[in-house]
Design a protein around this ligand. Structure first.
Ligand code: HEC
Ligand code: HEC
Length: 338
């Protein structure tokens, strides 16, 4: 604990010494939240403190019962409907993880708590529009569930319905369920997941209803510009089969990985070396979470949420206070490529 406090003091000193103008201008960077621009996607369904979790969700048409899916390295075959079943989605690779606690496998239907494994996958790798939870320290998971509950972790973009649902889920969990889910996801080893590609041109892609960007049919390309585009390496596997071993490709502007490395390892006068707290390999230290090789859009959202203050953190807020959108893109490109 003592070293933690010492590192923090050092971090705060470094930040206050760096007088560089910055900050993301113009609101949440839409690409990180699964949107195409301000005002381009519909508002989230109304969600109040006493709402049932599912009332806060943006729901699509039911999945077909007669379309079957198969994945590599398993004999299993499931109907698309069962793969997306809210209270017990199909588990493709039961050997990849310990036995799931009830709340992770099935959720709690009478209170409309959808299964954790629906959005985070049974192995905790998670889809980019949700969050990666495998291999996080259990105490960190509990701390985050508590923050969702008490309103100190919200999305900076109010259109992000799935974060509203996550908040309501956290509010309905019992202490025992939180503990079981935290120990479960914490016990799973993270597997390599993100491929970072520097490029000028990217596949034309559009976000689905909950913010997962998918390449459009026709293989058309468009300029990447100033953003990161994160798409599944195999869109059908991810979107239709919820394939928990199939990762993401993050297209990033040319030069961003090297620029990011500079910021992450030295602070570059704008921020604090991330390695000071998250570890030399960014794999986490003690209760400080691992960030390496996690979903690029997720990481960018968190950095912006810290800056906007919708995700409260006395430790991370000074770290991100001066970051511009270009800085966030560069940092995330490097962290995602680790
Ligand atoms: C409907 C989809 C959905 C379900 C079901 C769901 N989550 Fe989440 N979860 C999310 C989203 C969305 C986020 C936040 C993403 C963000 O901040 O951008 C999140 C974030 C988290 C985080 C924070 C991760 C981090 O690195 O800080 C934890 C921990 C978590 N969820 C645990 C759970 C647990 C435990 C359950 C089951 C009781 C659960 N979630 C069920 C969508 C879901
Ligand atoms: C002074 C220590 C410290 C420094 C320096 C630091 N972090 Fe953190 N970071 C933390 C802690 C502790 C958390 C857990 C959240 C909390 O306690 O509020 C965290 C959380 C995060 C998260 C959220 C992880 C998740 O799963 O949601 C991201 C992303 C992150 N940090 C990125 C960075 C980056 C990038 C840098 C460098 C630019 C950095 N951090 C520098 C201590 C630090």
């Amino acid at each position: 604990m003592k070293t933690h406090v010492r590192v923090l003091t050092l971090a705060l000193l470094c930040v206050s010494a760096a007088v560089v103008s910055g900050q993301v201008a113009g609101g949440p960077p839409p690409w990180a939240y699964g949107f195409t621009g301000p005002g381009t996607e519909p508002a989230a369904p109304p969600c109040a403190k006493d709402s049932k979790p599912l009332d806060c969700a943006r729901l699509g048409a039911p999945r077909p019962k007669d379309v079957m899916h198969k994945l590599p390295d398993t004999e299993r075959t499931f109907a698309e409907y069962d793969i997306h079943f809210d209270y017990g989605p199909s588990d493709w690779y039961p050997g990849d993880h310990p036995a799931m606690p009830e709340i992770v496998a099935h959720g709690r239907e009478r209170d409309t708590l959808r299964a954790c494994s629906l959005c985070h996958y049974p192995n905790g790798q998670g889809k980019p529009e949700n969050a990666p939870v495998a291999g996080l320290p259990a105490e960190y998971i509990l701390q985050q569930l508590q923050q969702f509950r008490d309103g100190t972790r919200r999305s900076a973009d109010p259109r992000k319905a799935n974060t509203n649902e996550m908040i309501q889920i956290a509010r309905h969990l019992t202490e025992a369920e939180m503990q079981a889910a935290a120990e479960y996801f914490s016990s799973i080893t993270w597997r390599p997941w993100i491929k970072v590609v520097e490029t000028d041109m990217v596949p034309k892609a559009k976000p689905g209803m909950n913010g997962l960007f998918l390449p459009q049919p026709g293989n058309e390309k468009e300029p990447l510009g100033k953003r990161i585009l994160e798409v599944p390496e195999n869109p059908d596997f991810t979107e239709r089969a919820r394939a928990p071993r199939s990762g993401m490709v993050a297209y990033v502007p040319v030069g961003s990985v090297a620029r990011g490395e500079q910021l992450v390892t030295t602070g570059g006068g704008t921020t604090v070396q991330c390695t000071a707290c998250h570890g030399a390999a960014l794999q986490g230290v003690g209760g400080t979470p691992p960030i390496a090789d996690r979903q690029a859009s997720y990481l960018a959202r968190q950095l912006y949420d810290f800056q906007a203050g919708t995700r409260e953190s006395a430790i991370m807020q000074p770290v991100v206070a001066k970051l511009t959108e270009d800085d966030i893109i560069a940092i995330v490109a490097y962290v995602g490529s680790k």
